[in-house]
Structures are given as C-alpha cells and as structure tokens.
Write a protein that binds this ligand. Sequence first.
Ligand code: UT7
Length: 329
Amino acid sequence: MSGIKAAITGVHGWVPEYVLTNAELEKLVDTSDEWITTRSGIKERRILKGEGQGTSVIGAEVVKGLLEKTGTKPEEIELLIVSTVTPDYAFPATANIIADKTGLKNAWSYDLNAACSGFLYALTTAAKFIETGTHKKVMVIGAEKMSMMVDYTDRATCVLFGDGGGGILLEPTTEDVGIIDSIHYTDGSGRQYLYQQGGGSVKPASYETVANKEHYIHQEGQSVFKFAVKGMADVSVEIMEKNGLTSDDVTWLVPHQANLRIIDATARRMGIDKNKVMINIQKYGNTTTGTIPLCLWEWEDQLKKGDNVILSAFGGGFTWGSIYVKWAY
Ligand code: UT7
C-alpha cells in the first residue's frame, strides 16, 4: 500500500426545479398519497423538463458547483467518472459531454453503469486512481434523468423515480481519513426483475418495442424488495464487522433511497438510530445513482472530520455494496 488515501474534499448536488407531487400523480394514475407514502416514503420528486435536456444538464451543474465550492480550476481535474443508466446518448459517454460543457480540458472521462449501486462502484474505482498516486484530482458524478424511461400510465413504477444527481471531488491525503474500505457484489441472474427491455443490442428499438412499451422501466417490485432488504443490510453489517465498527462507532448511514422500508430494515440490522440515517427520499424519490451524493450534499454541513460514514446501495443487476468513509473535512 502507498499510504495515500482518497479523501472526499467536496460535495455538490443538483435537482431540477419542477416538483411532481403525489397529488399530481393521483390525477395521472389510480394511486393515492397514502399508498405511496406508506409503501415507499416518497412525497414528491423532481423532473427535468424541456426539449433536448438530458442527464448531462444535471451532471454539468454538479461539476460547476463542485469546482466553485472547492476553488478548483476546470483544467486541474484529471479524470471524471459519471455513473448513470440514463445517458444522453448510447454513445459517446455522457462524461465526455459533461467534461466539454464544464471546460475539463485536461480530464479523461467515461461512464460507468451499475444501476442504483453505480455511484458506489464509481467511487471505489476513482479511489484507486488516487491511492496509486497517478491522479490528484478526480470527480465522481451520479446523475439521472429517470423520467426518460418512466411510463406515467404505470402506477407500479411512475410513483417511485425522480431526476437529479450529485457528485464529489476526490484528492489524495496521508491522514487517516478518506475511503477506508469497500465491498461490492454483482448477481446478474437478477437482471429480469429490474431492467429496460428494449433499446439495447438484444432488442434494438423498433416499432414493436415502442408499441410494447419496452423502453420503459420494468420492475418486479416485490422480488427486488426481498433481495434489496437482505443485500443492503447484509453488506452494511459485513463492512462494519470487517472494520471493527460497532453501531456506536458509525456516525452516519447513507443508504440508497429506493424505499423507506428498505432503509429502515438496513438501519435496524446495523443497530443504528434513525437520527443517524440520511433520508431525503420524501423529497426526491429514487434518483437511482443520484441518491447517495444528493444525501451527502444535503447533510454536508452536519458532517465533521473523522466521522465514520457508511454508504450502502442495492440496485438493478443485481448490484450492491458498501463503502466505509472517514469524513475528511
Ligand atoms: O432502486 C433499485 C432497487 N429498487 C428497489 O429497491 C425497489 C424495491 N421494491 C419496492 O420498493 C416495493 O416493492 C414497491 C414500492 C415497488 C411496491 O411496494 P409493495 O409493497 O411491494 O407493493 P406490491 O408491488 O406488492 O403491490 C401491492 C398492491 C398491488 O395490488 P393487489 O395486487 O394487492 O391488489 C398493486 O397493484 O398495491 C398495488 N399498487 C398500487 N396501488 C396504489 C402498486 N402500485 C400502486 C400505486 N398505488 N402506485
């Protein structure tokens, strides 16, 4: 080991202005505020409106905010990793577009897709570039325009998802802070429970895929729920045990925001009080890879140097994992 750790030195988030409330959804589909709130914890979500507005709009706002907050010049950034399942185009990478929009002239950039666990996968990947000493300033962004693949006539999915994202700046440190450990898992046999059926190389877009609504999110909610409750709780406890952390040692749990019941179950298994859990699902719904950086952004002023922070996610793939971060500022 080099003795260099990757420290998070800045956080930023961005959500579009338009607020889609449960009351508005009640007019679109046969649902109720009561059902949505008790089953998922969601009250409202943000939607990116307007022609030609893709995920890069969200990502570029995050990068601009991060540069400003951390006093970093765009040309200092060496690498940008963007996690998303809703890229602007199938190719080129949305990261390339965000880098162009924000003047990251010296950065190489690429997208990474691990569905709802994408931000954690990207953060672990980025940390390696810092820990090996090859990079000094790396940005990791998780951004989604989930509304692009939501069927607003399907009550089972349209109430869940929202648009938005966030990101972090990673820099080297020799102090005992930063990314301490990470555990990640994948089980592709779960792919049929949560995916977009059409538009890829298996089923390229056609009149038929459009007519069959195969470009929308397909989710078998109950099946995903069962795997998510177990997967997210198991891996969160695993990373605590591996690093000798008791529930008292954990300052914050930052869980993926897919369902309040999954978050509560994870916190219970970890023995963590609800007041140590970052929860904003009521405001933004499930922004997929955006949820964890959006939480860090909203709680940034409550985080202190040395805090033990556990980030945990479960998502399509299946993918899941946890990262143990010692907060650096
Ligand atoms: O982020 C990546 C990973 N994703 C997840 O972790 C999501 C995991 N799954 C979930 O969070 C939950 O399964 C949902 C929130 C998606 C659904 O909650 P559920 O308690 O599993 O409900 P369900 O799908 O079993 O549906 C229960 C009932 C059904 O009616 P019947 O068959 O009992 O008559 C549904 O048709 O609720 C009905 N229903 C609704 N009713 C009102 C489904 N959606 C709605 C709705 N409004 N929006």
